[in-house]
Structure formats: structure tokens, C-alpha cells
Design a protein around this ligand. Structure first.
Ligand code: NAP
Length: 253
């Protein structure tokens, strides 16, 4: 397949579901060779099957992004299989629950920060080691509108996503002269298993959440995927350190 990511070796975490799966399929459609990674092997293999069905190229490599050994092995497997790493989408993440700060448990805090923030740092670390060796690359991290504004719930989620925006800017500045671009995508509420399985889109709540988006609806995973494809591609060659909202106007208010 050929497109704006033709022959770009691309690694996507959290690609067994939601935004990551839609992105893996979009990357493959645009000609990338895709390494689909997730903690959930069943979901990851399903994404690979869907890519095969449209004639794309992909393999599944399991990894828990909060574990350094897993992430190091993931980048090594990518290079062993495809020879290099051109694009990375560090997207794996978990929601932070609904408790307020004074109700929040230390275990929940540590789990969310480990996956959503430390996980992005570990991915950046091992991806950048490889990209420095080969002379460049492009990385997108999944933050959130909750990385730009305060939210009424999920203290660790908001803190982790603000951290991802900061880390993205930090990495962009540190590696701009090495040919590595680093950006973040900040989705509004997107219809995925994360939002649909929790209480988030439960009865009564969905209308309240939709009302906060000036565009008058929730987003689709494919709308985030299109943005990430562009940010990773050479079409975005002068874009680095940007936290791009794809949120139906949520933070514009
Ligand atoms: P999703 O459908 O739940 O997909 C997330 C995937 O990441 C799942 O397959 C999940 O596996 C996997 N994962 C969880 N922990 C992991 C770990 N430690 N290592 C590797 N993979 C792990 O969620 P989504 O909505 O697509 O979210 C993707 C990203 O977008 C997240 O970073 C999320 O915070 C962000 N985001 C989502 C929204 C939204 O409204 N959906 C809005 C803004 C930002 P399990 O299912 O087994 O946990």
C-alpha cells in the first residue's frame, strides 16, 4: 500500500483497542509497516488481522509500557523485524476513575501515573535511542484535553496528561537538532471502550459530556488517527513541540 507514510516503520502502543487500533489501521492504509503493541494480546492480534484484511503490513508485539524491560524489548523487536523505527505513537493509557482528590487511593495514583506518564517517558527513551542512532524520526504522544484544562474528576489522569504535554515539549526542544520531532495529540471525549465501558458515558452522563463540546457530539477514534498520521508524516516537517487539540472546540471555550 502507498500513501503519506509509505515504507515508514511505525510503532503504536495501546493499538489493541480504540484510538490506537484506528491509528494502526490508518498508518497501514497510508503505507506504513506497523508494529501493533498492547498489553492485551487478543486485542492486538485482532488489530493485526484487520490490517491484513485491507492488505497492510503489521505484526503484534506485546508490551506493558510501564515496564522498562518490555519497552526496550519492543523497540528491539521493531528494529529486528523492520530494520529501523521512523514513527512512534505512544498512546497506551488508562482512565483514572471518578474519585475526587480527597477520596483518591495511593494505589490508583501510582497505577495511572506509571502507565500514562512513566510509560510515555519509557517509550520516548528507547525510541529516541534508536532514532538518534539512525538520524531522525517522528513521535506523537497521546495527552488529552485533560492535559490542558482542569477536570472535575480523575486527579491522577489530569496530572498524568499535563505531564505528557510537558514531557512532549521537553523532548521536542532536546531533540529538534537531531531530526526528531515530538508532538502530542489532545483528544476531547472519544467513543472508545475506555469511555463506553466506564461510568463515563452511562445514562444521563453522555448528554452532559456532549454539551461540553461546542461541535455537539463525541469524537470518533478515526478522527484522532487522521491527525496522528499527519503529525507523524513528512507533511508536518516543521511541527514540533505542539499539543494539538482534536476536541470539537472543548478547550476553545
Ligand atoms: P482504550 O480503548 O481503552 O485503549 C487503550 C489500550 O491500551 C487498551 O487496549 C489497553 O489494554 C491498553 N493498555 C492499558 N494499559 C496498558 C499498558 N500498561 N501497556 C500497554 N497497553 C496498555 O482507550 P482509548 O480511549 O483508545 O485511549 C487511548 C489513549 O487516548 C489513552 O492514552 C487515553 O488516555 C487517551 N484519551 C482517550 C480519550 C477518550 O475519550 N477515549 C480522550 C483523551 C485521551 P486493556 O484494555 O487491557 O487495559
Amino acid at each position: 500500500m502507498s500513501g503519506i507514510l509509505s515504507d515508514k516503520v511505525s510503532l503504536i502502543t495501546g493499538a489493541g483497542s480504540g484510538i490506537g487500533r484506528a491509528s494502526a489501521i490508518a498508518f497501514a492504509r497510508e503505507g506504513a509497516q506497523v508494529v501493533v503493541s498492547d498489553i492485551d494480546a487478543e486485542g492486538g492480534e485482532e488489530t493485526v488481522s484487520r490490517i491484513s484484511e485491507i492488505g497492510g503490513q503489521a505484526i503484534f508485539v506485546p508490551a506493558d509500557v510501564s515496564r522498562a524491560a518490555d519497552v526496550e524489548a519492543l523497540v528491539q523487536s521493531t528494529v529486528q523485524q523492520y530494520g529501523r523505527l521512523d514513527c512512534a505513537f505512544n498512546n497506551a493509557g488508562v482512565s483514572g476513575g471518578q474519585d475526587l482528590i480527597h477520596e483518591y487511593s495511593e494505589d490508583d495514583w501510582d497505577r495511572v501515573i506509571d502507565i500514562n506518564l512513566k510509560g510515555v517517558w519509557l517509550c520516548l527513551k528507547y525510541e529516541i535511542i534508536q532514532m538518534l542512532e539512525q538520524g531522525g524520526g517522528s513521535i506523537v504522544n497521546t495527552a488529552s484535553i485533560m492535559g490542558l484544562v482542569g477536570g472535575s474528576r480523575s486527579p491522577s489522569y489530569g496530572a498524568s496528561k499535563h505531564g505528557v504535554v510537558g514531557l512532549t515539549r521537553n523532548a521536542a526542544v532536546q531533540y529538534a537538532q537531531s531530526g526528531i520531532r515530538v508532538n502530542a495529540v489532545c483528544p476531547g471525549y472519544i467513543r472508545t471502550p475506555m469511555t463506553e465501558q466506564g461510568a463515563l458515558l452511562g445514562p444521563g452522563n453522555e448528554e452532559r459530556i456532549i454539551a461540553r463540546h461546542p461541535i455537539g457530539r463525541l469524537g470518533a477514534p478515526e478522527e484522532i488517527a487522521e491527525t496522528v498520521v499527519w503529525l507523524c508524516s513528512d507533511a508536518a516537517s516543521f511541527v514540533t513541540g505542539h499539543a494539538m487539540t482534536v476536541d470539537g472546540g472543548y478547550v476553545a471555550q
